[in-house]
Design a protein around this ligand. Structure first.
Ligand code: NDP
Length: 238
């Protein structure tokens, strides 16, 4: 239906959380999905490989392996991400470097690993998983918000550079989504946050996966590039 049948898609951080939901939904749409992870493999996917997104050469080798084992990569969902929250004056340099390196440099490494072949083939669609924090900042998340805002700038730049090669690049900006990354939020804070969300609930990971599938689709979003889709229950309206 979305034209994703037999398309090869590479998902970063596809073993759990939003990434695992992306793998599952894309497979349900008929795609052949490869993913990477840092810790343990996940439940779905045709190919799961342990490689860190901060390892540029490792990501190139991973992309090559996917091409050899599954076929030409059509789509990418750059999803791998981490948090290390603190108020800016308390934030250790290493926490800034770690988060920016995984979230932003990881997306850069992922894009550079796949773009040359996409340019040659003159087709492809990239989706970056940014964040509400990247659109409007967030208390205690200087490193994270900066990295996620950087991903938006990177995606928009890629969309401009890649358009003449028939390659599109868009961004999904999730709001609070029920995964491990937010499970430490205290009950009182959760209740306060819910009051800020017009739909009065946190998102299900699959709601990010469906938005990603839309952007990947060669039919549903064929004329859409350089855009940001906020999937946030109405918490932020840009
Ligand atoms: P999780 O912590 O559940 O998952 C993070 C994923 O990223 C895991 O698969 C993890 O692999 C992978 N990962 C982390 N670091 C690396 C690395 N260096 N190399 C390869 N893979 C890595 O978080 P979510 O599923 O919630 O988050 C997914 C994305 O969505 C992130 O980019 C996050 O910033 C973004 N997001 C999430 C929101 C939320 O409320 N949940 C809100 C806004 C954005 P492993 O398990 O092996 O470490």
């Amino acid at each position: 239906m979305l034209g994703l049948e037999d398309k090869v898609v590479l998902v970063t951080g596809g073993n759990h959380g939003i990434g695992a939901a992306v793998v599952e939904v894309l497979e349900d749409f008929g795609a052949k999905v490869a993913y990477n992870y840092r810790s343990e493999p996940g439940p779905r996917g045709s190919l799961g490989v342990k490689v860190d997104v901060t390892d540029a050469e490792g990501m190139k080798a991973f992309a090559e392996q996917v091409e050899n084992e599954l076929g030409p990569i059509y789509g990418v969902v750059a999803n791998a991400g981490v948090i290390r929250d603190n108020l800016i004056l308390n934030m250790p340099d290493e926490d800034w470097d770690f988060v920016v390196n995984v979230n932003l440099k990881g997306a850069f490494n992922t894009a550079r690993a796949v773009l040359p072949k996409m340019y040659e083939r003159k087709e492809g669609s990239l989706v970056f998983i940014s964040s509400l924090g990247g659109q409007r900042g967030n208390m205690g998340q200087a490193n994270y918000s900066a990295s996620k805002a950087g991903m938006i700038g990177l995606a928009q730049t890629i969309s401009q550079e890649a358009a003449r090669f028939g390659v599109r690049c868009n961004t999904v900006a999730p709001g609070y989504t029920k995964t491990d990354i937010i499970k430490g939020i205290p009950e009182k804070v959760e209740q306060a946050l819910l009051k800020q969300i017009p739909l009065r609930r946190f998102a299900d990971p699959k709601e990010m996966a469906w938005a990603s599938a839309f952007f990947l689709s060669p039919t549903a979003s064929s004329y859409v590039t350089g855009q940001i889709l906020g999937v946030n229950g109405g918490q932020y309206m840009s």
